[in-house]
Design a protein around this ligand. Structure first.
Ligand code: MN3
Length: 194
């Protein structure tokens, strides 16, 4: 049972002009697809051949198996972290939790953006559940909150391939656009309630 590349939750051009269909064609169509293909090559005929993606991530030590499995999971989570109708503010229980942990939605957005801008090199910036509260968590390369016992609520990919075609080296502009225009609070709320 091979690991499959999940369909995008929107059309290839749905995030235009913030994330272009050209970026999607490479980032989803080439990078994400390559992680899936690499992973299937690595698990074929092994003890992991019929395992779930989450089980492979849990079992894998440092190296190619972990990197490809985690990148498959992280990218699927990233696509869902954005919406053509994104941006705005959280509501309900999630808003209360954001207030309690960060002092309000605006303060959260500032702290999340600052962490994403400052996440050195290739990696991911996450909102996670941590104990009774919420926290911002940076990971390097393919690393993922699953491997740290944390529940992911939101992520932004800060590898250069996520933004270079649309923003060149201007990671801050990409991060600010993500937070203001793309952030899918409904997805965050689903993960928070789960
Ligand atoms: Mn990526």
């Amino acid at each position: 049972m091979a690991i499959e590349l999940p369909a995008l939750p929107y059309a290839d051009n749905a995030l235009d002009p913030h994330i272009s269909d050209r970026t999607i064609s490479f980032h989803y169509g080439k990078h994400h697809a390559a992680y899936v293909n690499n992973l299937n090559g690595l698990i074929e005929g092994t003890e992991h051949a019929d395992a779930s993606l989450e089980a492979i991530i849990a079992a894998a030590g440092p190296g190619g198996l972990f990197n490809n499995a985690a990148q498959v999971w992280n990218h699927t989570f990233y696509w869902n972290s954005m919406s053509p109708d994104g941006g705005g503010d959280p509501s309900g229980d999630l808003a209360a939790a954001i207030d309690a942990s960060f002092g309000g939605a605006d303060s959260f957005k500032e702290q999340f953006a600052a962490s994403a801008k400052g996440n050195f090199g290739s990696g991911w910036t996450w909102l996670v559940k941590e104990g009774d509260g919420l926290a911002i968590f940076n990971t390097d390369d393919a690393d993922t909150p699953l491997k740290h016992g944390k529940t992911a609520l939101l992520t932004i990919d800060v590898w250069e391939h996520a933004y270079y075609l649309d923003y060149q080296n201007a990671r801050p502009a990409y991060v600010e656009t993500f937070v203001e225009k793309l952030l899918n609070w409904e997805f965050v709320a689903q993960n928070f309630a789960a």
